[in-house]
Design a binder for this molecule. Structure first.
Ligand code: SF4
Ligand code: SF4
Length: 387
């Protein structure tokens, strides 16, 4: 079995890809996997789990989720390279039930994509505790059982901006190996972005050590602005593969102008997980999207930089915060259910949610899971004044 070490494996394959044509994707991915040193032995007779990004029930054309054509191409290649089984496993945001999984697979296009027989869909909602004594922020996790039973995990991540972590790619996608609403509890447990990011690094490092992994990034069309779900689809035109998720994300961050700006990647760098990636194929500069929009929550100016310089308390006062757009809101209550700090209540008379700002931990789960893009990130009024 070809495994790797996060502190040694640096190869990242990057190529131009402007289409979701399955045969083109297969051709490019097959070449990339060989470029990073994989052979058929990596998949031969193995139980392979595909871990997509299905953060929320949304059509693939909105670019918030892994494109089904990428899943089909990867699954078919795994089988051609000798895999015994290919199973898609994901824990989207919200409850982790068979019904919720069925809806997510159907709306994200994975149900239809699986009908060709390239991969099966998981409906087993079991999970188990695992220990990770090397963890800095977390020394144990609850992980979906089908992932623990896999011989190989192929992480099918999507390149997007992210309101909380600035960017989501390979590392952040492993957060979806934690069952359902427990992800909200993790936000509540780690309200500080640095602690939350540190546990993301722990979780990803745990997976890298537990079993062989391959990370494939769908950056053909990504998401800019208020990602990971309410931003805009943005053509990036790239496909990436690497065994090292930190090195892959480091290269991906250069495509969208977020290099050295993502906290969990900087923490991974400090732990020696990135080094200097060896990029095989296209140079990142040739695929860079110069005007890629970061999330609103990342917009900073003189006041925020100064308050950050002076310390956390002042910074928290100036931080952007969520607000409900009452015209767009339909009163579905998803934000109430997803708030880890339980700081959103439903005004039953008006059927509109109300946020108590003092308890808000700025995790932006409400924005991520609102199906109507009705949660906006607002700047402090003082900051607006100096703009
Ligand atoms: S999730 Fe969005 S649409 Fe639903 S109640 Fe909250 S703000 Fe309104
Ligand atoms: S109101 Fe939104 S941003 Fe604030 S804690 Fe709740 S889910 Fe997180």
């Amino acid at each position: 079995m070809q495994n790797f070490s996060l502190s040694e494996e640096r190869r990242v394959a990057l190529c131009r890809c402007d289409s979701y044509d399955p045969s083109l994707l297969k051709e490019l991915l097959s070449a990339q996997w060989r470029q990073i040193g994989l052979t058929e032995d990596f998949f031969r007779d193995k139980k392979v789990v595909l871990k997509p990004n299905l953060v929320r029930k949304m059509d693939a054309s909105l670019a918030g989720t892994t494109h089904p054509a990428v899943a089909v191409a990867v699954a078919e290649l795994c089988r051609e390279w000798g895999a015994a089984d290919v199973l898609m496993v994901e824990s989207p945001g919200g409850p982790y039930t068979e019904g919720a999984l069925r809806a997510a697979y159907r709306i994200c296009g994975m149900e239809a994509a699986s009908e060709g027989g390239a991969f099966r869909l998981n409906y087993d909602t079991a999970w188990q505790s695992v220990d990770y004594p090397d963890g800095v922020a977390s020394k144990s996790f609850h992980i979906l059982t089908p992932i623990l039973e896999a011989d190989v995990v192929v992480n099918l991540c999507k390149l997007k901006s992210h309101g909380l972590t600035m960017m989501t790619g390979a590392v952040k996608n492993y957060f979806g190996t934690i069952p359902g609403t427990e992800k909200f509890e993790m936000h509540a447990r780690f309200p500080d972005i640095r602690d939350f990011s540190e546990q993301l690094v722990d979780l990803c490092a745990y997976h890298a050590k537990a079993r062989p992994m391959l990370n494939v990034m769908d950056a053909v069309v990504g998401m800019e602005g208020n990602g990971p779900t309410n931003g805009k689809a943005r053509k990036i035109g790239a496909l990436l593969s690497s065994q090292n998720p930190f090195a892959l994300d480091d290269v991906a961050s250069r495509l969208i102008g977020l290099e050295r700006k993502v906290i969990h990647l900087e923490q991974g760098r400090e732990r020696g997980y990135i080094g200097t990636p060896t990029v095989i194929g296209e140079a990142p500069e040739s695929l860079r999207v110069e005007d890629f929009l970061p999330p609103d929550s990342a917009k900073k100016n003189t006041i925020t930089w100064l308050s950050e310089f002076w310390g956390g308390r002042l910074m928290r006062f100036f931080e952007p915060r969520p607000a409900i757009n009452k015209k767009k809101c339909v009163g579905c209550g998803e934000c109430v259910r997803s708030c880890p700090a339980h700081t959103i209540t439903m005004n039953e008379k008006k059927r509109r949610p109300v946020i108590e700002p003092s308890a808000c931990i700025k995790c932006f789960c409400c924005q991520e899971l609102c199906p109507k893009d009705a949660v906006k990130i607002k700047q402090n009024f003082l900051i607006k004044l100096v703009k």
